[in-house]
Design a protein. Structure first.
Length: 194
């Protein structure tokens, strides 16, 4: 049976979404093609109709997951208020407890560093798109000048979330998240919501 291009694209998106969830839970190396395809409700044989290799899939998953994160930023208020809302969401207990639905950086960065140039290039493009959107919101008159600060804040956010996920005491994890939010909003010159 021959499927139209819309069906193929919908299937590809289903694979990307399912693979993103699995990889953020089990890691890139811990996510075999068979498990990824099963999560998407497909057989291994369908894999090569959509991707040239697992590395190709990983590059596309990383880019897709960063696009999802950029879309999430768009769900918040415009301007600086939305950036603060994004920071608060990012460093929330809800996000901490749901890595499969959250940030690909906090879940996969240690593996992305050791990935192919293609994966790292896709990550770089997605990260910069997100950083540039945040920079345009916090410094609309000169977003280029704000980019370095925003990237530093991203490092704070990612490290804070990873640390909060690593500790076993929820009260310590909550304190880590709160302190990270204060650091991030302070670095961006945002008003801290009390």
């Amino acid at each position: 049976m021959r499927y139209d291009s819309d069906h193929k694209e919908a299937t590809r998106q289903r694979i990307l979404a399912a693979s993103g969830r699995r990889m953020k839970l089990d890691g890139i190396d811990g996510s075999g093609v068979a498990a990824l395809m099963a999560d998407a409700g497909l057989t291994n044989g369908a894999f090569y109709a959509h991707f040239a290799s697992k590395d190709d899939l990983v590059a596309r998953v990383v880019a897709d997951q960063l696009r999802v994160q950029l879309d999430r930023l768009g769900e918040f208020a415009p301007g600086r208020d939305g950036v603060e809302q994004f920071v608060r969401w990012y460093l929330s207990a809800e996000h901490r407890e749901a890595p499969a639905d959250g940030c690909p950086s906090a879940a996969l960065l240690d593996e992305i560093v050791r990935s192919s140039d293609g994966v790292r290039a896709g990550y770089t493009i997605g990260l910069l798109a997100l950083a540039d959107e945040v920079a345009a919101r916090v410094a609309p008159d000169d977003p280029a000048a704000a980019r370095a600060t925003v990237l530093g804040v991203f490092a704070t956010l990612i490290g804070t979330l990873q640390l909060a996920r690593a500790v076993t005491d929820p009260s310590i994890a909550d304190a880590i998240l709160e302190q990270g939010a204060k650091q991030a909003t302070g670095a961006l010159g945002l008003e801290q919501a009390e």
